[in-house]
Write a protein that binds this ligand. Sequence first.
Ligand code: AMP
Ligand code: GLY
Length: 423
Amino acid sequence: MKLLVVGGGGREHAIIKKLRENPDVTEIFALPGNGGIAADATCVPIKATDIDAIADFAVRNRIDYAVVAPDDPLVLGCVNVLEAAGIPCFGPRAEAAVIEGSKVFAKDLMKKYGIPTARYESFSDAEEALAYLETVPAPIVVKADGLALGKGVIIAETRDEARAAVRSIMLDKKFGKSGSRVVIEEFLTGPEVSVLAFTDGKTLVPMVSSMDHKRAGDGDTGLNTGGMGTIAPNPYYTEEIARVCMETIFLPTIRAMNAEGRTFRGCLYFGLMLTPDGPKVIEYNCRFGDPETQVVLPLLESDLLTVMRATTDGTLDRTEVKFRSGSACCVVMASEGYPVAYEKGCPLTIPASVAPYVYVAGAAQKDGRLVASGGRVLGVTATADTLSGAIRTAYERVASIDFAKGFYRKDIGARALKAKGAQ
Ligand code: AMP
Ligand code: GLY
C-alpha cells in the first residue's frame, strides 16, 4: 500500500513511524515532511495547505490511503478535496473540522447540547466585547475565534489586560481574520488532561490519556509554547473520571456533530480541565495533538493503519484498539530563544541507538547533516513499565544528543509523578 501523510512536524513523524509497522505498507510520502522524517518517508516539497497540489499528487501517484494530520488543511477541506478525487482519507471533512476551526462554533455546540464547558459570550463587535468585560470578574479568558497557531488564547489577570487582548485581536487584527469574532469566557481551574479519540462518527474509542507541558520554562513558568513535553497516561485521569467524560462529553459530542449534519471521522482531541465541578471541555481539536501523539502512539499495540481505515469505513466497532500498560514520556528539545526569536541552522547529532525514539519536528538536511530549522526541533521519547522509568530513559536519551543551541525543560512528568505519589 502507498500512503500519503500531510504535515511535517513531530506528530507526523510519530504517525509515520507507527504506520511503517504494518507490513503491507510499501511506501509513505510526507507532504512536506522534514529533514528528519526523510529517514522514514519520501518527503515531497508540497505545502500542507496547498490542498489542490496534494490531491493532484495523490492521484498521480495512485495513493491508496491519505492521512491529513494538521489543523489548517483539515479546516480548509483537504479531506473533502482528496475524497472527491477518489482517495480514502483519515481525518474529518471541513464541515466537521470546524469544531476546531471556530471557537464560537465549538462553544455554541456545547451550549446547545449541554456539554460541560466554561461559561462564555461571543462577540463580533469590539465595543460590545469591551462593554461585556466590565461585567465579569478577572481573571478573564479571551479567545480569537479562528486558528491562530495555538496563540489565540489570552488569560488576562486583570480587566486592563483583557481590554488590551480584545483590542489587539479585534481592532489590530493580530491574528488576521481569525480575530473577527472573540469568545470571552470564565477562568477555570484544575488539572488539564488531553484525550485523543478515534471515531468513525458512530463509535468512539479514547486513546490513552496524556498531559502536555505548555510553558517554556521549568515549573510551568515563561511563555506558552506549542508544547514542551508530554507524559502518558495522565495520573489525574482516573477510571471514574474517564467514565464521566465518556457519558457527559465524548459521546454527547459525537451525537451533537451528527445531529448538526457534521459527522466527525478521524481523531477528535478533547482538551479537558478537571474542575471542582467535574470535567469540562477547554478546547476541541480536529486532529492528533502535538506532542501528545509522540507519547500516545508508542503505547498503541494495535496496528495504526487498520484502526485509521476503520474510522473511514465505519467499522470501528469491530476493530481492536489496544494500548499496552506502562507509561511514555516525550521531552521536546527546542532552539534557544523559542518561542520568540530563535536561530536556525545549528547542527544536530543523534546517536543511531537513540534515533528510533526521536521524532523530528523542525530539522532540515544540510550537506548530509541534520540541522535545526524550527522552534521545536526534536521530541525525544521513551516507554517503560513505570512513569519514573519512562522519564529517566527519555532524559538519558536527551543527554546523548548533541544540539549545542538547544534547550529543554528538566521537569517533564514531575507534576504527574507527584500526583501519582499523592494517590
Ligand atoms: P488553547 O490554545 O485553547 O489550547 O488554550 C491554551 C491554554 O489556555 C489551555 O491549555 C489552558 O491552560 C488555558 N485555558 C484556555 N481556556 C481556559 C479557561 N477557560 N480557563 C482557564 N484556562 C484556560
Ligand atoms: N498540544 C496541544 C495541541 O496539539 O493542540
